[in-house]
Design a protein around this ligand. Structure first.
Ligand code: ADP
Length: 248
């Protein structure tokens, strides 16, 4: 298998003649933490929505593990192992942390079959798996807490747990640190680092110190195009990047 997990060629999204994303060729290396950054209006959200299949590009292509997914539906893309996280709707507020993760696991493991519910050993295994995931995202002490009672940062950790229940090979994170205080940011950064050990991660993130400390590779977008690429030290020194941020 090639070392590129996700790639786009000439990725373009035009809204009534305006190109929000304009000919982007993105290469996300397998196993890396890759950040997509850029000033407001650069096209990050549009790009993210194209990659997660919430939008269909007006031109160009997207390949995941060498397979063309340009016109594949979001659910089918998720089945291939490419999953978007931070869809708050995935969390049920009046169920506990463990119950939320268990439901995500049940859904993934075809819990719609009635036979699934008859086997005590299956249910016990599911419970153990749910607790392991709760533990993996640092929420062991909150396993019996209702989701609605969690702090904002811990709610997002729960979302990550429900996403991990789908056993993704690659995660797309939309501003994982948005709205978080310092402590939650540090905890979430640690979590992302931990789950990246055996996964590829692409994130859109505004917090540049998080981007600096987490990312192996950064793509800077400006006006719908790739302006610069490389590690943080390289792109942060690039005069075009400095100007794009200041001029935005
Ligand atoms: P970013 O996330 O980097 O701030 P966006 O992808 O949200 O940038 O937006 C890029 C540009 O595309 C902006 O100028 C925005 O106004 C425009 N845009 C985004 N979505 C639409 C849409 N649905 N219709 C028209 N213009 C849009």
């Amino acid at each position: 298998m090639s070392d590129i997990a996700l790639e786009t060629d000439d990725l373009t999204m035009e809204f009534k003649g305006f190109r929000a994303v304009n000919g982007v060729a993105l290469r996300v290396r397998r196993g890396s933490i890759h950040a997509l950054i850029g000033p407001n209006g650069a096209g990050k959200t549009t790009c993210f929505n194209l990659l997660t299949k919430f939008l269909t590009p007006t031109a160009g292509s997207i390949r995941y593990n060498g397979r063309d997914i340009t016109r594949t539906k979001p659910a089918d893309v998720a089945r291939l192992g490419l999953v978007r996280s931070f869809q708050i709707s995935a969390v049920f507020p009046h169920l506990t942390v463990k119950e939320n993760v268990r439901i995500a696991l049940q859904r993934h493991k075809r819990g719609d079959s009635f036979d699934f519910w008859r086997s005590e050993s299956v249910l016990r295994a599911l419970d153990a798996e749910a607790l392991a995931l709760v533990d993996a995202v640092g929420l062991s002490a909150f396993a019996s807490t209702l989701a609605v009672e969690l702090s904002y940062g811990r709610k997002r950790a729960l979302e990550i747990a429900t996403t991990l229940a789908l056993d993704p090979e690659m995660l797309l994170l939309d501003e994982p640190m948005a709205g978080m205080g310092r402590e939650d940011v540090d905890r979430t950064a640690e979590l992302i680092r931990r789950i990246s050990k055996d996964r590829t991660i692409l994130m859109v993130e505004h917090n540049l110190s998080v981007v600096a400390s987490l990312s192996d590779h950064i793509t800077v977008l400006a006006r719908g195009k790739i302006l610069a690429e490389g590690d943080y030290a390289t792109v942060s020194k690039d005069p075009r990047v400095v100007e794009a941020y200041i001029g935005a």
